[in-house]
Design a protein around this ligand. Sequence first.
Ligand code: GLN
Length: 484
Amino acid sequence: MHTNTLAGMLADLSASRYSCRELTQSFLERIAKYDANLNSFITVDEAGALVQAEEQDLLRAKGSHGPLSGIPIAHKDIFCTKGLKTSCGSKMLDNFVAPYDATVVSRLASAGAVVLGKTNMDEFAMGSSNENSFYGPVKNPWDETRVPGGSSGGSAAAMAARMCAAATGTDTGGSIRQPAALSGVTGIKPTYGRVSRFGMIAFASSLDQGGCFAADARGAALMLSAMSGFDPLDSTSSETQVPDYTESLGERLEGLKIGIPTQFFEDGLDERIATPVRQAAKELESQGAYCVEVALPHLSLSVPTYYVVAPAEASSNLSRFDGVRFGHRCDDPKNLNDLYCRSRGEGFGVEVKRRIMTGTYALSAGYYDAYYLKAQKTRQLISQDFENAFSDVDVLLGPTTPTPAFKIGEIVDDPVTMYLNDIFTIAVNLAGLPGMSIPCGFADGLPVGMQLIGNYFSEATLLRVAHQFQLATDWHQKIAPGYA
Ligand code: GLN
């Protein structure tokens, strides 16, 4: 059952080849078998999942079920789930049980998805390797000495090891696309505002966006159709109509104009990445698309810009964790200041503290103009680059990451090298555009991802290009040895 695609499972459930309960049970068994080693789940809700699956069996029997009825999924532990721990990968929230569901969670529940559990992640979604989690690193199923990527590494690894049919993630600077690439699965981060941020614990509010992982583009389209849409509880969610993303998947690519950003292949991009990505572009050309070079001249400013904007917003967002209202509180505080200092000192990990310090510094009087204001200006230049590119092309294509998965521990003490891992993904968040990563080859046995970037609200185009590519190739069907 687990090697099937999400759409394949829906067809099997409709044909009563197995029940929702049986499907859920089989994923729970895989989690029990593999996850003690991979560490991709923080919480597994076996009892709850079986109850939900049985409910879906009843709804299916009555013929009144939703579009994802009985599909077992996992939620990144950044999405609030009523009655189930939501830790955000932090000691700070290790004791936090949300009193409500995030909109993403409630929408997928009304579509009929069954929640297997909550996945591991970098603390407060800060990281590119999943080594910043209070719950320990996640292992990459393709090579257990390597990282799965981050910050949605638990969701990506759970998907790669087929311990769920799909999973949610969030992407502030690449946290869906980068782990999708390093773990060899399909991942999409939609346009900023497409998916509600209500109940999604905030890291950097102007960049954060929820999305999903699946085995293929059709699965991602089914998930995104259910997750997206205006939410009165999120004032930045968009009122733009949500199409059924599966409807246009079948349209051919004749005449599609693909832009290949020159800057993505400069500075000696690893040939093990460049070659499969160029090959993928050729495959799309053989289907009738055509490629032209485009320039994103300010791309190199994206990482420094992000590392002012994101920590600034984080320092403000994370001030709510004060030991009073949520989460960890130190023992025997002597006074209010001691309560704040020790609760935060004990509750946050090293990377989170580094971001809070940088962000607070960037926002302080006297430095604001030099850093934050300047970063807002360069952000505008980066958006402008994309606007120029999209006046000429339909989609952009390039690598998702500069290298394949690196070793656990290899760069954990070198934050700048770690930050540069997102060099191809971060600009997309600064501009608020949709982006996607799909498997397109291997480098020394490790998955390589290609990135597709679209204009605002062009998720349907990205999914269609990915689907047409996947009809002609089988990279997305490869499962890590030992997990097939
Ligand atoms: N790796 C980036 C960071 O550490 C992006 C993380 C994300 O997208 N959540 O901030």
